[in-house]
Ligand binder design. Structure first.
Ligand code: ADP
Ligand code: 5GP
Length: 208
């Protein structure tokens, strides 16, 4: 791969419980060219979640201060909490040639789509609503009331899937990861992303 390759910004959305976290964890273990943006949120950590690794867990005051300082690429309110993507680290990673995954919900994703044409967007879907509920209950991290809210939100999110370039079915984790690897590899070979490689060769040819 060319040294001066710019990384790709990859937005990955899908209903809560569709398996985004599971897929991304394995994907990052396989790919050293790809990193995950750590979002800021006002929701409470789930058991086992670590500050600075899974999210930057902050108060509403701190979140609103970051909005005022224009520190987010995007942010949204989801089920009563704020979630946002800090902008500075993303710019740094892309310049270093790393692909950056934003694991964000659809309102935030649509905001990014509206002002970045170089984006790769992927929607993760599930085989059925029943399977989604089974996964949410199986994860055991939310109350019945929160699960009901997430199922409602899932219905809305599925109606926005058409805004994404790719839809990946997470029926089996390994298959879903293969599908995403295929997308990332193909997207990185688009002419616009390979142009510098061509120009370097041309430069060499013209000095012969
Ligand atoms: P999300 O990050 O989208 O909210 P998670 O990655 O936390 O979803 O997955 C929700 C639950 O479903 C977890 O308990 C996870 O182990 C399980 N899960 C994920 N993918 C699959 C799959 N393909 N088949 C069965 N269970 C899955
Ligand atoms: P959870 O509470 O399950 O971790 O996340 C809830 C939803 O918020 C998920 O759909 C997740 O993708 C989304 N999310 C996480 N971080 C961000 C963010 O920075 N911005 C936006 N818009 N959504 C986010």
């Amino acid at each position: 791969m060319s040294e001066n390759r710019h990384g790709m910004l990859i937005v990955l959305s899908g209903p809560s419980g569709s398996g985004k976290g599971t897929i991304i964890k394995s994907l990052l273990a396989e790919r050293d060219d790809t990193v995950l943006s750590v979002s800021m949120t006002t929701r409470a950590p789930r058991p086992g979640e670590l500050d600075g690794i899974h999210y930057h867990f902050v108060t509403r005051e701190k979140f609103e201060q970051t909005i005022a300082e224009d520190g987010f690429l995007e942010y949204a309110e989801y089920n009563g909490n704020y979630y946002g993507t800090p902008e500075a680290p993303i710019r740094r990673w892309l310049n270093e040639g790393k692909n950056v995954i934003l694991e964000i919900e659809v309102q935030g994703a649509e905001k990014v789509m509206d002002h970045r044409s170089d984006l790769v967007s992927i929607f993760i879907t599930i085989p059925s609503v029943e399977e989604l509920e089974r996964r949410l209950r199986g994860r055991g991290t939310e109350t019945d009331e929160v699960i009901r809210g997430r199922m409602e939100t899932a219905r809305y999110e599925l109606t926005r899937a058409f805004r994404y370039q790719y839809v990946v079915l997470n029926d089996e984790v390994d298959l879903a990861i293969d599908r995403i690897n295929t997308i990332i590899d193909a997207e990185s070979m688009r002419y616009s992303r390979m142009e510098n490689t061509i120009l370097e060769v041309l430069k060499y040819v013209s000095t012969q």
